[in-house]
Design a protein around this ligand. Structure first.
Ligand SMILES: [Zn+2]
Length: 299
């Protein structure tokens, strides 16, 4: 676990996602009350709780847990966090909140999406009592001391994806809405996963985020970035590169997911980031192949 100072009212806790530092954070936003943004998985929750303790935040002070979307590394830890933080409500798009009350349908789908190698690193989900869940899609949350968080719909990576604008800094908690940028491992990619990835929505979301001219984005994977245009351009370029690769492979017939992923995101195998590079690029290639195949069938 590692504490990363971000802004006067924002701190990031590196919760060792997938067992590797530099991959995932939970953001801590402080006004008169405390909100967490992103939960990590059930396996990262002990690190997040240790981070809160190190920051001197008592469990009762945390009143809000905001998830950008239903994927395991963003909402998987919500149940365990809610159990440890007795006054907190969990906010997520109401279209998917049923999966946090009863995860029995979500978990097999996640297993198929992330693959057998990464699946054990994603933990489980502790069901959340329905009364502790609140809809996030129209959220405007006043934490006091001029700290206001507001939801913005940013679909594409997943249909339920929301980002949260922080009015005090002007920045955006962007989740996986554009691209990821794990600078410690020299890894930057958009993630386009099965089963619900939507390319057109993703392109529109990147354009919409661009139009706001945010001074800063707080990326879940990983950390605050002030070079917003650079990051958005990089995500868009890498996305279009993947689209071209997948298009050509489909035209040739029988696209090979692993080979395409290795071409799209070549990465040294002896780096600790290799697992992330391999799993997330394979997931992206598979998601885009599925999207393009379905799109072609519907023409
Ligand atoms: Zn995701």
């Amino acid at each position: 676990m590692e504490i990363i100072p971000v802004d006067a009212h924002i701190t990031a806790i590196d919760h060792n996602l997938l067992g590797i530092p530099g991959i995932g954070v939970t953001y801590v936003v402080r006004g008169d009350t405390v909100a967490l943004i992103e939960t990590g998985t059930s396996l990262t929750v002990p690190h997040t709780l240790a981070g809160l303790e190190q920051l001197g935040i008592r469990p009762e002070e945390v009143e809000h847990i905001l998830c950008t979307h239903i994927h395991m590394d963003h909402a998987g830890g919500a149940g365990y966090l809610a159990a440890a933080l007795p006054r907190a409500h969990v906010y997520i798009n109401s279209s998917v909140s049923k999966h946090l009350v009863d995860p029995s349908k979500l978990l097999p789908s996640v297993r198929r999406a992330v693959g057998e190698e990464a699946w054990p690193l994603h933990g489980d989900i502790k069901p959340i009592p329905a009364e502790r869940l609140l809809p996030a899609e129209n959220l405007r949350l006043d934490l006091g001391r001029d700290v206001v968080l507001e939801a913005i719909a940013t679909p594409g990576h997943s249909p339920d994806h929301l980002s949260y604008r922080d009015h005090k800094s002007g920045g955006l908690f962007i989740g996986d809405a554009a691209g990821l940028a794990m600078d410690r491992w020299h890894l930057a990619l958009p993630v386009t996963p099965v089963p619900t990835y939507d390319l057109e929505a993703h392109r529109a979301t990147i354009a919409r985020i661009r139009s706001y001219h945010f001074p800063r984005i707080y990326i879940t994977h990983y950390g605050p970035h002030d070079d917003v245009d650079y990051e958005l351009n990089r995500a868009q370029e890498k996305l279009e590169e993947l689209v071209a690769l997948v298009d050509a492979a489909i035209a040739d017939g029988d696209p090979d997911v692993n080979a395409l992923a290795a071409r799209w995101l070549p990465y040294p195998d002896d780096s600790p980031g290799a697992l992330v590079a391999r799993c997330w690029s394979q997931m992206s290639v598979a998601g885009l192949i599925r999207y393009e195949t379905k799109r072609r069938q519907s023409l």
